[in-house]
Ligand binder design. Structure first.
Ligand SMILES: Nc1ncnc2c1ncn2[C@@H]1O[C@H](COP(=O)(O)OP(=O)(O)O)[C@@H](O)[C@H]1O
Ligand SMILES: [Mg+2]
Length: 396
């Protein structure tokens, strides 16, 4: 088929041609945001799931939906090793500046900007990476204690008050939240809790790897009650079907049923893999319908493409010992695995591998579904590890 018209879109955060199987979640978030705007009790939402299940594209879609109905939004991505105040400050400033253009909200938005100035100026001593423009002079005593938990609370309250006076809500869309340090997560939770108690229209819609849930609970024990944690997983077979068949059909192309079945089996319904298989099946097929034979051929190039991108970017960030650890896990199968079994594979003590395991967790490569268990955060990563490090030599 003509590659120019290929509708499939593998890539981190790349919007799919058909966002399949997520309607219920999108609706519940739409309802939550509307409730927040009206000052009704609503939980913030944290989507958790493995890499490549579609968390980022969901966040972006939810944000578009929110903006379309006049809700203020801020989009934040937490990279490794950036402080939360540094990420929040410029985004909150933008939101406040927008709100200050509204006559009704002007005074409170300006107060928010003063709070922001105090916040950034004092916390810069602790968080050197804060960089934000100042539009107003700080107001002494407003968000300028130098203590993140306290000052973030004051700042969020000021922002919430401005949003309320503008008859809107502010929704913070934050991606990769598992990279935010626990004490900073704790400050964020406290601030949101306080805003909720005061019925201020400010809400978090976040996303992160599965370990985020535990991190939130450790940061503040009441986090579990304050947030909903929808689990984002692979698509069920109807949705996976739609994800492939619908975009093709729009271009006048069909998939044979066995071709679709084969893709569903090989991808296990994981969105990233569906896009990759769809793309390669399309490029391989000479004409419609796309057949099982096309898919069989395409599978090789789909796997090669994933190995070069989706899997490879993660693998390249690992130390030799981390690679060994993951290879030992892979030898045991898809997992989860007991830490003891992994260290046995390497002929080492569990404790001696503790730092490696922790390092892999903080890099977002693995997580612990239960105490003492270890699982990959990237679907099908075990198969990749066995492909990239074949044989047995890695054990020595
Ligand atoms: N519901 C869906 N239906 C079809 N494809 C999807 C869906 N969600 C995500 N995708 C595709 O999966 C890939 C990964 O999405 P992304 O949002 O980056 O995942 P995550 O943030 O969970 O790692 C992208 O290529 C995207 O187009
Ligand atoms: Mg993502």
């Amino acid at each position: 088929m003509d590659p120019v018209t290929n509708p499939f879109a593998p890539g981190a955060g790349t919007p799919p041609p058909e966002l399949a199987g997520r309607d219920e979640l999108l609706t519940s978030v739409r309802i939550a945001l509307e409730r927040v705007r009206r000052g009704l009790p609503t939980k913030s939402i944290l989507m958790v799931g493995l890499r490549g299940v579609g968390k980022t594209v969901l966040l972006d879609r939810m944000r578009d939906d929110a903006e379309a109905v006049g809700i203020q939004t801020a989009r934040i991505e937490a990279p490794e090793a950036r402080s939360l105040p540094a990420l929040l400050a410029p985004q909150l400033r933008q939101a406040l500046l927008r709100m200050s253009r509204n006559e009704q909200a002007k005074a409170l938005a300006q107060r928010g900007l003063r709070a922001l100035a105090g916040f950034a100026r004092t916390l810069k001593i602790k968080f050197h990476d804060i960089e934000v423009g100042f539009d107003f002079e700080p107001e002494p005593g407003l968000a300028d204690n130098g203590d993140l938990e306290h000052d973030l609370q004051a700042l969020i309250e000021a922002v919430g008050a401005a949003a309320r006076s503008a008859d809107t809500a502010l929704a913070l869309f934050m991606d990769e939240l598992q990279y935010v340090e626990e004490d900073q997560l704790a400050a964020l939770i406290t601030a949101l809790h306080r805003a909720a108690q005061r019925k201020l229209p400010i809400v978090l819609v976040g996303a992160g790897l599965p370990q985020l849930r535990g991190q939130m609970g450790r940061a503040k024990s009441y986090a579990e009650r304050l947030f909903d944690f929808p689990e984002i997983g692979p698509l069920d077979s109807t949705a996976a079907h739609d994800a492939l068949a619908k975009p093709a059909r729009e271009q006048g192309v069909d998939f044979d049923e066995p071709a679709l079945q084969s893709i569903l089996e090989q991808t296990r319904g994981y969105p990233y893999f569906l896009q990759e298989w769809g793309k390669h099946a399309w490029d391989t097929a000479a004409s419609s319908p796309i057949t099982l034979q096309d898919v069989t051929l395409a599978s090789q190039s789909a796997v090669a493409a994933l190995d070069e991108s989706f899997f490879r970017v993660r693998f390249d960030r690992l130390t030799p010992l981390e690679k060994k650890y993951l290879r030992a896990m892979a030898a045991l199968g898809p997992g989860p695995h007991r830490s003891g079994d992994i260290s046995d594979m390497l002929g080492r003590k569990v404790t001696s591998l503790g730092p490696t395991r922790n390092q892999l967790i903080s890099k977002g490569m693995i997580w612990s579904p239960n105490h003492g268990d270890t699982a990959f955060t990237v679907p099908l990563f075990d198969e990749f590890m066995r492909r990239i490090i074949p044989g047995k030599d890695w054990q020595t």
